[in-house]
Ligand binder design. Structure first.
Ligand SMILES: [Fe+2]
Ligand SMILES: [Fe+2]
Length: 286
């Protein structure tokens, strides 16, 4: 895998001042205290924080790691996302396929020279097809967090949703480091199971010809308590800290391109098909 250097401070590259083009301020996104979708969002996190345990994460990793569920192309998977509405997302109430194109197009406008990065935008939530394979939404969507160590403050609803999680009874899992070593690296941390880790496994299994930054951004894009909350730094390696700039750069588009103005998918498809043909063609194992 090729390593790509981020030439400039990524924050210099794109300033979507407030997503203002969509008439929504930056501070209006990810509101977990009010809004029309709040009950649905809270319920999804309550279930997630009750049932995501060390044992559960290990079991799901083993179940899906062999990518033996089905075979299909990226475009077929993307079309399936027409049937997924993310119940953890306070900003979006439309199918995830549109969000894939919105994110990719935002990256394309700001990074016209990085076609692989644009493809990351298209691919990043594709793991949400798990919701169509019978997985409940709490095991697919939402922010991720490490299991096996104490939950940190910036995890959403952390003060009111973990009380029935059996891992909170295990003293091994409730210190700052828990089962981990200082600066062990996020690749060695068990993250709550969901679409990030699943898609990362699919990419590895099928040998996507993308730079390691692409793999990393997809694996940790939902780890808001880290990339936005600034928690869990004590588990990070130097490599994680270098990658953080990329994850933050990606996050701007993942978050601030969300709007009700839906893209013309038919018109965009040929361009993205050409990127798929270049980096991850054909029938893949999922
Ligand atoms: Fe996501
Ligand atoms: Fe997303």
């Amino acid at each position: 895998m090729k390593v790509v250097r981020m030439d400039a401070d990524p924050s210099e590259v794109y300033r979507p001042e407030a997503g203002a083009e969509h008439g929504k301020l930056k501070t209006d996104y990810r509101n977990y205290t009010a809004g029309p979708l709040l009950d649905r969002v809270y319920n999804t996190y309550l279930l997630m924080h009750t049932h995501q345990t060390v044992d559960f994460v290990r079991k799901k990793g083993a179940e899906y790691g062999a990518c033996a569920q089905r075979r299909m192309s990226i475009m077929e998977a993307l079309d399936l996302l027409d049937n997924v509405v993310d119940e953890s997302d306070p900003d979006v109430d439309f199918p995830n396929s549109y969000h894939a194109y919105q994110t990719a197009e935002g990256i394309r406008r700001a990074h016209p020279d990085k076609d692989w990065f644009q493809l990351v935008g298209l691919l990043h939530d594709m793991g949400k097809i798990l919701a169509l394979a019978g997985e409940p939404q709490w095991a697919v969507v939402g922010d991720t967090f490490p299991v096996g160590c104490r939950v940190q403050e910036s995890v959403v609803f952390s003060d009111s949703t973990f009380h029935d999680n059996p891992d909170t009874e295990n003293p091994l899992y409730n210190t700052q480091y828990g089962i981990y070593q200082p600066r062990c690296g996020l690749a060695n941390v068990l993250m709550s199971w969901g679409h990030d880790e699943y898609m990362h496994q699919v990419m590895k299994f099928n040998n996507f010809a993308l730079p390691q930054e692409a793999f990393y951004m997809i694996r940790f894009h939902s780890f808001y308590p880290w990339h936005t909350g600034g928690d869990y730094m004590h588990l990070c390696s130097n490599e994680d800290l270098r990658m953080l700039a990329w994850v933050k750069e990606f996050n701007k588009f993942d978050l601030y391109t969300k709007c009700e103005d839906l893209p013309d998918v038919t018109q965009l498809k040929p361009y993205y098909q050409s990127l798929i043909d270049k980096y991850c063609p054909g029938q893949l194992c999922w």
